[in-house]
Design a protein around this ligand. Structure first.
Ligand SMILES: Cc1cc2nc3c(=O)[nH]c(=O)nc-3n(C[C@H](O)[C@H](O)[C@H](O)COP(=O)(O)O)c2cc1C
Length: 203
């Protein structure tokens, strides 16, 4: 971990002092120096062994933009049926939970609690640097199947980015959907449908 990474990592840790509703501006996504697509595809795999090390803001920005950021004025890095864009990503860290506001490339704190444990049913989820939740909006979705395809595309974008950046990840279907719905204060039309752990790999 270089000094810049460490400093940004500490900055992300410092958000423990934030209040619900406050925003963290994410740096402009910067994926230029990453590995080739061939290397990303060769290295893509599910990882479940992480070291307890935070992800810096630049890397978090890259992960979220790769997954579901805007790459054109009003369209994203992953497709959605009828361009409904019915998915919202939430990021759960030890410091709290945040909604990814892709339009403004920032995170908005929605909870100051560590809800990492509820984002999975396997012990390793608590050891990841962050667990990303996929929240879908039934009132926007063309159908559950179409939404599942959209989530799959986002998660693969994230997995490929992680494979280029020396990060581990695993997409997961097991989590406490009801508790997460309550703790994230989601409206009835929204639902957590997928989770994805990300973190630095244990050697
Ligand atoms: C929709 C979906 C749900 C999954 N759920 C879990 C899960 O809850 N826990 C887990 O450890 N892995 C989960 N996985 C990861 C698979 O176990 C993994 O992709 C599979 O074993 C193949 O390994 P690979 O990804 O390294 O190729 C899930 C994968 C998908 C696509």
């Amino acid at each position: 971990m270089n000094t810049k990474t460490l400093m940004l990592g500490l900055l992300f840790s410092a958000v423990a002092f934030m209040a619900v509703g406050q925003e963290i501006a994410l740096p402009e996504p910067a994926l230029d120096a990453e590995a080739s697509l061939k290397e990303a595809l060769e290295n893509r795999c599910s990882s479940r062994e992480y070291v307890n090390s935070p992800i810096d803001l630049q890397t978090m920005s890259n992960i979220l933009w790769a997954g579901w950021g805007y790459n054109r004025e009003d369209k994203r890095t992953a497709p959605s049926a009828l361009d409904r864009q019915e998915v919202t990503l939430y990021v759960c860290t030890r410091d709290g939970a945040y909604r990814y506001d892709a339009e403004n490339q920032c995170l908005v704190m929605v909870s100051d609690k560590n809800i990492m444990k509820l984002t999975g049913k396997q012990p390793f989820v608590e050891t990841a640097a962050a667990n990303i939740l996929y929240v879908t909006d039934k009132s926007k979705s063309a159908s559950p199947e179409m939404t599942a395809v959209c989530c799959g595309a986002i998660s693969q974008n994230i997995a490929l980015y992680c494979a280029t950046a020396g990060l581990g990840t695993v997409v997961r279907g097991s989590f406490d959907a009801e508790q997460l719905h309550r703790l994230l204060k989601l409206p009835v039309n929204q639902k957590v449908v997928l989770a994805q752990s990300v973190g630095y790999l244990a050697k």
